[in-house]
Ligand binder design. Sequence first.
Ligand SMILES: NC(=O)c1ccc[n+]([C@@H]2O[C@H](COP(=O)([O-])OP(=O)(O)OC[C@H]3O[C@@H](n4cnc5c(N)ncnc54)[C@H](O)[C@@H]3O)[C@@H](O)[C@H]2O)c1
Length: 275
Amino acid sequence: MPAAIPTKPDLLGYEGKTCVVTGAASGMGGATARILGELGAEVIGLDIQKIDGPIARSIQVNLMEEASIDAAVAEIPDSVDRLFNCAGLPGAPRFEALDTTLVNFVGLRHLTESLLPRIPSGGAVASITSVAGMGYTKNLEKLHELLATASFGEGKAWLEANSDVNNGYLFSKQAIIAYTYARAGELARREIRINCLSPAPTDTPMMPAFHDQISAEFMDEHFQAPVGRNATPEEMAEPLILLNSDASRFVSGHNLFVDYGYAAQTYMGQRPALL
Ligand SMILES: NC(=O)c1ccc[n+]([C@@H]2O[C@H](COP(=O)([O-])OP(=O)(O)OC[C@H]3O[C@@H](n4cnc5c(N)ncnc54)[C@H](O)[C@@H]3O)[C@@H](O)[C@H]2O)c1
């Protein structure tokens, strides 16, 4: 009998894992949900839109509303191995600053905190923030104030009282980075990891909304990755999946730039730091 062919080690470790993916109807979240399914995960997709992809279960949720998040959480199984926060709004001019930060940060935090008690040791959370959040240190004092709010309602009230600080997209993405850093140490004691990923401009259905904000020419000249093209949704989904996988089991409290060197160039003064 021929010797058995050794099977490849499952480095990522998603086989049979329960993965919750927000924003699973479109773009990066859609790609993430699809690839996780191909890796053998049980994918539960959450989105305000209908999810067409081949996933185990889809739940409609509006991350702008606490009651809608609570209703979705009630439908999610008692044990969740990985959470992928991919949903988001692009901000002005299509969406108000308050609504944008409610979805991108306050709703994301409420969902994450609601699910954390269900995530066992070895589990992980990965959220999509943005290169647009890279200036978070400029707002640290205000971000600490927002992070100190204890609930969805308190977070919303803080945003309403600080509308001069909350400019929508940029502030919401800064808040995800600050939240990820702030939670990492405590969650490490439970052996749960938390990370985020900062994409450079990526060709998804969100891109036209960014072009309404700043022209396509300005976007390409000042924010595109130095490789000279936008990323594909899969070029974000795959590193996100890596970040939340067993292969990254000692990685926590990290903001992974997936930008082909854009942030590196700004840090080295090779291009203006506009963010
Ligand atoms: N496309 C880019 O260039 C880019 C760059 C940096 C960061 N990002 C971030 O990447 C993430 C994914 O965006 P994308 O580019 O794939 O865009 P997308 O518009 O294709 O996907 C966003 C998803 O979020 C969902 N969503 C929006 N509001 C919601 C709500 N209230 N409740 C529940 N779901 C809601 C949408 O229905 C959609 O499926 C977002 O957080 C976005 O801010 C995008």
